[in-house]
Every structure is written in C-alpha cells, then in structure tokens.
Design a binder for this molecule. Structure first.
Ligand code: MF3
Ligand code: CO
Ligand code: CO
Length: 252
C-alpha cells in the first residue's frame, strides 16, 4: 500500500531530504583523483553527526558504511574503502540517505573524477536528463509508470543505453524503503495512480550498453556491477506529489 503523508510528515521529510542534498553537495566538492572513498564516507559521518542526523545506510541489512560510493561499472551499493582510490577518468556515484528526527531523505548523483571520456560525459548527461524528464511528467491522477518507467526507458534506449531492472526507486520518508517499487523501464504489472502526498524516489541506474543485467559481488554481497562491464550512472531525488505536479525535496 502506498502511504499518503500528512502535512507534518511532509515537513519532516522535507527537512531530512534537504539535509541529504546538502551533504551530497558538500561531498562532491572533495572529489578528485587520489582520494579514497572511505575519506568521503568519513566526511559524511562527521557532517551527518554535526547536523543531528543519522546515516540510514549504516547497518541497514548489514551495510557497513554511512554512504554508498559506486565507481564506473558499479551500478550501486558500492562500499567505501581506503583501498579504493579515485583516479582520473573515473565516474563515481555518491548516494546519501539521512534520518532526521525519524524522517528519511534519499538522494544520489554521479560525478566525473578529473577529465573523463566523451562516452562517460554523455552517459552522465543523459542519465540526469532521464530523471528530470520523469519528474516533469509527474501529475496527480496520472499513472506512475507512464511518467517514470516509460519516459526513462524511451529516452535512454535512443542512445543505446539500458535502465537496470533488478533495482528501482521506492516510497520513502517514514522508512528507508516503502511501497511502491518504482520501475525505471516500461512495466504495467503493478502500476499506481499518483496522488498528492505520495513521496518516493526516482533513481534511474543507466548502463552504457543495451544489456541491463547486473551481477552481485559474491564476496561483499552488496556491490552491484554491470554484467558486461560497461559504465553505469545514476541520479536520485526524493519527490513529493503535489496538487499540481511534483516537488523535488532533495534539491538545494
Ligand atoms: N540509498 C540506496 C537507495 O537509493 C539504498 C542503499 S541500501 C544500503 O535506495 F544498504 F546500501 F545503504
Ligand atoms: Co533510494
Ligand atoms: Co539512495
């Protein structure tokens, strides 16, 4: 069941989402070749604590760190490590989820490290555009998948890309992952009619190849990679459905 949030809940989720966006923006300023991803995690740990919040990923289903750092062919859920050093030409997604006064906000973005290839630049650009197009389509009374999955898939496949299918967006706010599951490809099985007060993430993971399939790292059981080794990019916002359209809660 998809919850309709109350005005008080919406305000709490708005505050948490804003903080998540601030953290993401703060972390992005440190990205450069030579930095290890655990340093980014440590910066997040301090910022989150200084602002009276909690990092939702830490210990979530056993996840060992406070943010996710996903480089190149890592689709999502990369684990920060001192052994993982950013290098010129990489792309890295940082995913931040906060709990502030009990409310959750979830956002991520993919950044270039130093000088990146035109291929990587285009992947980042079109992944971001696909998220923006989905957000712009949202309106109460419309079908969720018509606005999100269909729009994203139709757009990215034009470039020979594919939306990952095994993972998706989710309702968010009172818990980390709530109903509905948000498909980033055309799907009509369990569609939802949009209503004011719904809050969910849209977070397309786009592979730079027509192969949407992924693998799960058998050692850490978290890191998700593209099966064919191609690059993957992702952007994520927490979104509120309003009377007239949508409000991006993770925007600063
Ligand atoms: N932040 C991710 C999402 O967008 C979920 C991360 S789960 C974790 O849904 F355990 F890896 F943190
Ligand atoms: Co999310
Ligand atoms: Co996230």
């Amino acid at each position: 069941m998809v919850k309709i949030k109350t005005p008080a809940q919406i305000e709490g989720i708005r505050q948490s989402s804003r903080l998540a966006a601030e953290i993401l923006n703060y972390l992005a300023g440190f990205i450069k070749p030579g930095l290890n991803t655990e340093s980014l995690n440590q910066l997040a740990v301090k910022y989150i604590a200084d602002h009276g919040a909690i990092a939702a990923p830490l210990n979530y289903g056993g996840f060992p760190k406070s943010i996710c750092t996903s480089i190149n062919d890592v689709v999502c859920h990369g684990i920060p490590s001192t052994k993982e050093v950013l290098k010129n030409g990489d792309i890295v997604n940082l995913d931040v989820t906060t709990i502030l006064h009990g409310y959750f906000g979830d956002t991520s973005a993919t950044y270039p490290v130093g000088q990146i290839s035109p291929t990587a630049t285009n992947l980042i650009k079109h992944t971001k555009i696909s998220l923006d197009m989905a957000i712009n389509a949202l309106k109460p009374g419309k079908s969720l998948n018509e606005c999100v999955g269909q729009v994203i898939e139709k757009y990215v496949t034009k470039f020979g890309y594919s939306p990952v299918r095994d993972l998706g967006g989710h309702g968010v706010g009172l818990k980390f992952h709530e109903d509905p599951f948000i498909y980033h490809y055309k799907n009509t099985i369990d569609d939802v009619t949009l209503k004011p007060g719904m809050i969910f993430t849209i977070e397309p993971m786009i592979n730079a190849s027509p192969d949407w399939r992924v693998t799960l790292d058998s050692h850490d059981n978290w890191t998700v990679r593209t099966r064919d080794g191609s690059l993957s990019a992702q952007f994520e916002h927490t979104i509120l459905i309003t009377d007239s359209g949508a409000e991006i809660l993770t925007q600063i």
